[in-house]
Design a protein around this ligand. Sequence first.
Ligand code: WT7
Length: 646
Amino acid sequence: MSDISTVLQEHRVFAPPPDFAKKAHIGSLEQYRALCAEAAADGDAFWAARAKEELHWQTPFGQVLDWKPPHARWFLGGTTNLAFNCLDRHLPKRAAQEAIRFEGEPGEVRVLTYQQLFEQVCRLANALKALGVKAGDRVGIYLPMVPEAAIAMLACARIGAVHSVVFGGFSAEALRDRLADAGATVLLTADGGYRKGAVVPLLANARAAKAAGIPTLQHTVVFQRLPQAPALVAGEHDWAALCARASADCPPTWVDSEHPLFILYTSGSTGKPKGVLHTTGGYSVWASLTTRWVFDLHEGDRYFCTADVGWVTGHSYVVYGPLLNGTTTVIYEGAPTTPGPDRLWQLIAAHQVNVFYTAPTAIRAFMRLGDEHPRKHDLSSLRLLGSVGEPINPEAWMWYRDVIGQGRCPVVDTWWQTETGGILISPLPGATPTKPGSATLPLPGIFPEVLDQKGNRVEVGAGKLFVTRPWPSMLRTVWGDDERFQKTYFAERPGLYFTGDGARRDADGYFWVIGRVDDVVNVAGHRLGTAEIESALVSHGKVAEAAVVGRPDALKGTALVCFVTVKASVEPSEALAAELKAHVAKEIGAFARPDDLRFAAALPKTRSGKIMRRLLRDVAAGQDSKQDTTTLEDLSVLAALRQDDE
Ligand code: WT7
């Protein structure tokens, strides 16, 4: 018996459209399998070839991999620079080509060519040097989604400084914790940013964070985003003035392949956030390669990923991956529904976007808002659609394909993590037949396995998801806590990377990631991924979104509690609750009939859109939560859920 049972079976398969496959970088399953075989036969040779193709190395590397589990070092002795690879390498050929195409929430458009981006990065890099920043020093970045966020990251990379981007939606307290842990000496921020028609008070938060104590912090550089220039105090510098004074000539600092590139904080199920550390060479190789493979970028493409640079997706697939490939990356500052529910579709039409990458939570939200909004806009420029962040339920996948992609665009469901640095499991759009809800197959060079509780390989069935061989963009450690790194990722099975996710492999070897293993519930002896029950609920025509948790139950061990938000036109009722319970029983089986079904106006989510099931578990159990709520987007949602309870 396997450890995790799965019950939803999805049988639809979509082959890559022949036209698409013809032009794709990887255009057939044979080509994909040949690359996989090459990597399996001789990993060192495979990775050495990829590393040389993807990057300029100032000093060639010698040994490809030094693997002393759990510590990996890649491309030993090689030196390179990520900013050089994103910018200088494209000049003068792409000098006049658009690197960044930006639209602010208020609607202004700004375009930076590769030449202009290069100059701005060099100026800021020199300005940072003038403030005393040296290779290895940590620089905090707390900015809205404006081109300066990318400029800031690239300027750090250019001089070998280690950036730590903190999402602009985080509070002063969360910012303080992260900057203090990283030991940042300089903070790059802005006076504010625009979101949902309001101003996010970034500078006020940055000041409060500093006041709360960041012992290492010496300088704050403030980009002026708002109309009124802010009055700066001691230790604060005006971004534009610093850059105007700085030279536009800044030779890259060649750093060792294993030189730290960035620290990015990510939450675990317990304790304070972990500072995931990525290093230069391996991360850059994989960001570059996966962006081209998975998004099948071609000359002149406009590529739009809706992630914020505060998340790893913003690092790898808004900034570094697209720029390494010489693509135009579209950056949008604001909320997806401001000023109206069609903002993203308007952006796609206005900027003639070819490749679009977003999250299931957004897709479900748009589904709920209604098809009339995308239908108002000309989406014919789109060629490919991507999804990332959580399991995408088949209904949302189909809607994305049919309504946004108009049945024409392949959908790539990309599985990866902050820790993996880049995409590990995903269709290659010109090669892999897709199944709605499955991230499909591992990319060449990646060796995931599903293992049961005893550590045996599950050929077909569910279990825990591991990656059994190191890959170049894997995290190197948890900043300042190597023991936590070992315990979190390598204690489960020594030498194997544990993802924390549960997954199912089907008879075709396809992976169906079913969510974090701490999001599984044990129902009548079956450990079910809550995502599957949620998916069953959302497949009902009246449901917009659902979250399912377990509640300790004296009789059954665990009772299933479902939180459901309904579509805009639907009235919650007792009758509907009964209907939905019956629907789950029909879709999954009577054993999975929910014990309790509650309607909610909204579900508690992190700022990156993940449903916070650990909070719902406490609500379901009628307990006061002692959980960390600092990543919760909207505290009032939780209060409302509690009230319903009384
Ligand atoms: C966790 C990682 C990777 C960038 C965004 C999230 C879940 C991510 C998928 C997917 C099913 C997914 C996993 C993973 N996840 N992508 N395509 N299908 N689950 O980064 O915050 O580090 O979260 O997100 O549970 O472990 P993150």
